[in-house]
Design a protein around this ligand. Structure first.
Ligand SMILES: Nc1ncnc2c1ncn2[C@@H]1O[C@H](COP(=O)(O)OP(=O)(O)OP(=O)(O)O)[C@@H](O)[C@H]1O
Ligand SMILES: [Mg+2]
Length: 397
C-alpha cells in the first residue's frame, strides 16, 4: 500500500475517453444541465443549488455555508447522516457549485452491487477479461472523468473494493479488469453513508487509511428531529411542490396539523416528511386544505404525546392523566391489546377508550409485549384505529 499522502490532489488534464456503454443502467447520472434542473442553477442567491437545501435551523445554515466553501475545493467529501437527511442532495449541490459543474455527476450505490460485478462496473474491463467480456468497457470512474463521482452507501463496500478505492484516492489511477497498465483519472469523489464510518473503522469493518482519505472534509447532516424548526419550512416547500404538480394555487396546512408535524420524530427524516405530505394532499383533494386528521396515526399521536409530556408535573390534571394513562396501558396489556375487552375492563365504551388512547398518544400495538408510552420515541405500528377524531377531543376526566 502506498504512503498516506493526505491532501495530495493532482488534477492533471487527460484526453477524452470514449463514452461508457450506458452508465444510466447502473447509476444515477446527471449530464450537465440535469443536475441544475433539479437544483436550480447559479452559485448563490435565489437560483443557487443551495436553495434546494431548505431549512432555517442553525445546523442547515451551517451546512449550506460549508457546501459553498467545499464545492470550490477539490477535496474528497464524506457525508454522513441518517436515511432521508439529504445526503444525495448535498452531494449534488457540491457538484453543481463546483468548477466541475459542466461535467458529469455520476452516482453509484455501493450497497446495491454484488462484489463480483462492482469492480468491472467501477473500473471497466478489457475484452476477454472474463467470460462474457466480449468487448472493452469503460467503468464509471472513467465515465465521470473531469466530473464528480458520488459513492453512496460507502460503508457497504467489501475489503477488496476498499483496497482498490484507496488506490484511486491516493494515486488517482486504476486498472480496468484484465488490464496491466494503469489509467489516470481526474474525478472528484464524494461519498456518503448512513452509518458512522469511524465506528465502522473502530469495529474493524472499514479501513482506517481509506476513512481518512474519504473524510478530508466531513459533513454530518443532522436528523430532522434535532432541527424541528426546519419542519415548517420544509412542509411549506413540499406543499408548494404538490400544489404545482396538481395545478392548485396553494395548499394550506391547519395549525394543529403543523404542530403534529413539528412534534413527530421523523425516523425517515425529510423523505418521510415529504411522503407524509404527499399522502395527506392526496387524501385532502379536492379540498386544498390539510387538517390534522389527514395525517397518519403515528404523526397525530406525536402531538398528543407532546401535550401529555409537557403538562406541568404535580398539577391535579397531570396526576389524574398519569394515573388514567397507566390504568389504560395496564388494561390493554392484560387484554393483549384487544380494545373491546380492555374498554370493558375499564368500564368505558370502546369509542371512549379510543378517544383516550388518542389523547394520551397511546399507539395501538399488535404485540402485547410492546407497551406504548408517552415519550419522544416514535410510535409503533397501528392496528385498527379509525382515527376520525383529533387528539384531546372528547376526553372525560
Ligand atoms: N434540506 C432539504 N431541503 C429540501 N429537500 C430535502 C432536504 N433534505 C432532503 N430533502 C429531500 O428529501 C429526500 C431525501 O433526500 P436524499 O435522497 O438526499 O437523502 P439521503 O440522505 O441520501 O437518504 P438515503 O440515506 O435514504 O439515501 C429527497 O427528495 C430530497 O430532495
Ligand atoms: Mg441517498
Amino acid at each position: 500500500m502506498g504512503a498516506f499522502r493526505q491532501g495530495s490532489r493532482k488534477d492533471t488534464a487527460y484526453p477524452e475517453t470514449p463514452s461508457v456503454t450506458d452508465p444510466k443502467e447502473v447509476t444515477r447520472d446527471d449530464q450537465p444541465g440535469e443536475a441544475e434542473d433539479r437544483l436550480d442553477t447559479g452559485s448563490s442567491g435565489p437560483g443557487s443549488p443551495l436553495v434546494g437545501l431548505a431549512g432555517r435551523s442553525r445546523q442547515i445554515q451551517h451546512i449550506r455555508e460549508l457546501v459553498q466553501k467545499v464545492a470550490l475545493s477539490e477535496a474528497t467529501v464524506l457525508i454522513e447522516g441518517e436515511t432521508g437527511t439529504g445526503k444525495e442532495l448535498v452531494a449534488r449541490a457540491v457538484h453543481a457549485l463546483s468548477p466541475r459543474r459542466a461535467k458529469r455527476f455520476l452516482a453509484h450505490n455501493c450497497g446495491a452491487t454484488p462484489d463480483t460485478l462492482i469492480e468491472s462496473e467501477l473500473f471497466g474491463h478489457v475484452k476477454g477479461a472474463f467470460t462474457g467480456a466480449v468487448e472493452d468497457k469503460k467503468g464509471l470512474f472513467e465515465a465521470a472523468d473531469q466530473g464528480t463521482f458520488f459513492l453512496d452507501e460507502i460503508a457497504d463496500v467489501s475489503a477488496m473494493m476498499q483496497m482498490k478505492l484507496l488506490r484511486v484516492l491516493q494515486e488517482r489511477e486504476f486498472r480496468r479488469v484484465g488490464e496491466t497498465q494503469h489509467r489516470r483519472i481526474n474525478v472528484r469523489i464524494v461519498a456518503a453513508t448512513n452509518r458512522e464510518l469511524l465506528r465502522e473503522v473502530e469495529a474493524g469493518r472499514f479501513r482506517r487509511d481509506l476513512y481518512y482519505r474519504l473524510s478530508v472534509i466531513k459533513l454530518k447532516l443532522p436528523p430532522l428531529r434535532e432541527r424541528r424548526e426546519d419542519v415548517p419550512v420544509l412542509a411549506k416547500r413540499f406543499l408548494l411542490k404538490q400544489a404545482r404538480r396538481i395545478g392548485l394555487g396553494e395548499i394550506q396546512l391547519e395549525k394543529e396539523a403543523m404542530e403534529a408535524l413539528v412534534a413527530y420524530d421523523w425516523p425517515g427524516n425529510v423523505r418521510e416528511l415529504e411522503n407524509e405530505l404527499e399522502r395527506a394532499v392526496t387524501l385532502a383533494l379536492p379540498a386544498p386544505r390539510i387538517s390534522v386528521y389527514l395525517l397518519s396515526e403515528a404523526v397525530r399521536s406525536a402531538k398528543s404525546s407532546l401535550a401529555c409530556s409537557t403538562r406541568a408535573a404535580g398539577t391535579l390534571r397531570y396526576e389524574t392523566e398519569r394515573v388514567e394513562r397507566k390504568k389504560i396501558l395496564e388494561a390493554l396489556d392484560s387484554c393483549r391489546w384487544n380494545k373491546t375487552h380492555a374498554s370493558q375492563v375499564l368500564g368505558l365504551s370502546r369509542q371512549g377508550l379510543l378517544k383516550k388512547m388518542r389523547r394520551f398518544g397511546i399507539v395501538a400495538r399488535k404485540a402485547p409485549s410492546a407497551p406504548a408510552k408517552c415519550s419522544d420515541a416514535p410510535p409503533g405500528p397501528l392496528d385498527d384505529d379509525p382515527g376520525h377524531e383529533g387528539p384531546g377531543q372528547g376526553a372525560t376526566g
